[in-house]
Design a binder for this molecule. Structure first.
Ligand code: ZN
Ligand code: ZN
Length: 411
């Protein structure tokens, strides 16, 4: 077994039991380690190939953005291709609906009613959809005035519009999205994540999420959303059924379904991977706005927090089972971060191997922190004091207790 780098003789390092690599010249860092529980495409050679492509794309995107302009792009080939595909699919769905209605009503009643109903059913199953805000509990400005005031300050600093809906849920996460046919802006904060962050990191989190309202994200545009959800729907409609009989008819239908399913799924994966490149770029742009609102150091700290979310989840759930929440979560998170501070450089490197994927919506966490450090360091435009931060915790005490119960029950 090799213990030192064949290129620069530095001792190899590892973290979390991964294949070792050279922490100095990064020899071996790009190695592909198949995740057997979550294969991406299912064939090992294909997973290896897509990992290599994703690695190269990640690294070249990083170099381009770290040393060049970090501005949103209004036009990309990927966006144009997805738009064209969405229009074609929309027309096909409309044509299927029209043909279905024609077959049902033409010289009624006739046997053509059967294919007519089938076509109409297909069109209904593939119709464009605009999902709602999900499970999040919606907050009103009266319930949480301090939180809404902070959101307004961060929005002003980043040039973002304020969200129409602010919600909280029990996840160690946060997201910004647009819902419904009117594309109303939604911001959802996972209470456990929020509670684990220090005040300035909370500003960074808001800066990042609101940043998604400033920068175009491919999945949010209605037509593109439609292309992705309709293709996904089509893929699950064509998924071969089991069990089947063994007659010739079953064999032929099974083979046709198999081919159709692979083709649709390949197309879906292609569209997802195209849109994810755009999406990764949008994450870097949102990170830049996080740094503008909260200052570079707080934005980097928040990013590094995402390198240790496994450990964070463990301690937060432990506290939740012990009936502790809020301040106890932040203390537990601080302990985790102190204990893992020494391994952060290695975890940042390892994230570039483990998170390299054509289907990842986010760039590797380690690259996001490095990007912030490469670019000019920014002072904080919004500061949140400990007492303001504590008042927000009081405002969300109800959802906090709910999150505590959810986490205690789930683990
Ligand atoms: Zn080396
Ligand atoms: Zn984001």
């Amino acid at each position: 077994m090799i213990t030192s780098c064949p290129r620069c003789a530095t001792a190899l390092s590892t973290a979390r039991g991964a294949e070792p690599w050279c922490p100095r010249c990064e020899w071996g860092l790009a190695a592909f380690e198949p995740d057997r529980r979550h294969p991406e495409i299912g064939w090992r050679w294909a997973d290896r190939a897509t990992h290599r492509i994703a690695w190269r794309l990640n690294e070249s995107q990083f170099r381009a953005l770290a040393h060049g302009p970090l501005a949103p792009r209004t036009f990309t080939m990927a966006r144009a291709a997805i738009m064209a595909l969405a229009v074609v699919m929309l027309l096909c769905v409309a044509a299927a609906a029209a043909a279905g209605i024609w077959l049902i009503t033409y010289d009624f009643p006739r046997l053509t009613i059967l294919p007519g109903v089938a076509l109409l059913g297909l069109a209904v199953a593939l119709r464009p959809r605009f999902p709602g805000p999900g499970e999040a509990q919606v907050l009103s400005p009266e319930e949480a005035p301090e939180l809404f005031a902070l959101i307004e300050r961060v929005a002003a600093a980043t040039g973002a519009p304020v969200p129409h809906i602010v919600g909280v849920d029990s996840s160690i996460n946060a997201y910004a999205t647009a819902v419904g046919i009117r594309r109303r802006r939604v911001l959802v904060l996972g209470v456990p994540l929020w509670a684990a962050l220090d005040p300035q990191e909370r500003v960074a989190l808001l800066g990042h999420e609101l940043g998604h309202f400033v920068n175009g994200d491919v999945r949010r545009l209605p037509l593109q959303t439609m292309a992705l959800t309709t293709l996904g729907e089509l893929a699950s409609l064509t998924r071969p059924y089991l069990p089947r009989g063994s007659g010739l008819y079953d064999l032929i239908v099974g083979a046709a379904q198999w081919v159709l399913f692979r083709v649709v799924r390949a197309l879906h994966l292609l569209v997802v991977s195209l849109s994810q490149r755009d999406s990764q770029r949008a994450e870097y742009l949102a990170d830049a706005l996080a740094a503008r609102a909260a200052g570079t150091p707080a934005a980097v700290r928040m990013m590094d927090m995402f390198l240790v979310t496994d450990a964070l989840e463990t301690v937060i759930c432990r506290e939740a089972r012990a009936r502790r929440a809020g301040a106890a979560w932040r203390e537990a998170a601080d302990t985790v971060r102190r204990n893992l501070a020494g391994s952060l450089p290695l975890l940042r490197q390892l994230s570039r191997r483990e998170e390299a994927s054509l289907f990842a919506s986010h760039p590797p966490t380690g690259l996001r922190a490095a990007m912030l450090q490469c670019r000019p360091h920014l002072p904080a435009e919004v500061t949140l004091t400990e007492s303001q931060s504590a008042r927000i915790d009081e405002e969300i005490a109800g959802p906090m207790e709910q999150a505590r119960r959810d986490l205690a029950a789930a683990h």
